[in-house]
Ligand binder design. Sequence first.
Ligand code: NCD
Length: 306
Amino acid sequence: MLKGRNLIAPVDFSMEEIAGVLDTADRIIEDQAAFSQKCRGKVLASLFYEPSTRTKFSFDTAMLRLGGEVIGFSDPMTSSTAKGETVADSAKTVSQYADIIVVRHPKEGTARLMGRYADCPVINAGDGGHMHPTQTLTDLLTIRHEMGTLDGLTVGVCGDLMFGRTIHSLVTCLCRCEGIHFVFISPKELRMPEYVKHAVRESGHQWEETTDLEGVIPKLDILYMSRVQRERFVSEEEYLRLKDYFILTPEKMALAKEKMIVMHPLPRVNEIATAVDDDPRAAYFRQVKFGMYVRMALIMALLGVE
Ligand code: NCD
């Protein structure tokens, strides 16, 4: 039962609970009109302390398409945070108005803290370099649709593995599937954090680490590209040195399996050449749409709407 729960990290839900959300998303995809009034009279508060296009619009649209209403801010300086209010007090206060809260914050752990104080469900829409569970639900729905399964896949994650929260979320969640082979592709400076590697080791899945995208691309079923997370770097010089380390081009795509898919949480900066967009294996814009459907399903589940 997901009613009234928070979603801060993907592991907060069992794989059965996640499958249930994905199944609801499938039903929404089949007949969206049947869901258009499901959240009538409900209010979602979206509190974005950090920039976002997709995630905020995706949540807002999801609630609107369920017949609900949306309040919130995307610039914390227009909220009481500017007066020094703590996030705990903000959560408590906003939950007196809203039925469900979505929060994005630059500090790891803030969503968990707000979940503790709010009187309604809280969804983490990204906390610093830590987790981004609704991107993971999006990714899982995309993989299920495009590959027909979540098991037995060779999954390459490429780019900024150190700061990429979408990657930490996805990898820790896929650890609970069957027979995954992980390939971590990054510059040495941006390797996967130890806590994620630990989760992979504990799960018993195979994994390898490399700096050579071209060398491993032929064996991948999924190539998950990511942006180098400029805002999390201490040194701009270091960012500039690493930002174009990997660029996926049609030449590299020619080495990949015919059935491989390319995913990306977006925004893209330079890591996928636009010439790849027309390749049918480029799934990243299809992925955006799956994100809206899965958020509709998640909102319904946490609000206990049948
Ligand atoms: C991601 C994020 O915010 O972590 N974007 C998103 O939510 N789709 C990825 C990123 O910013 O690189």
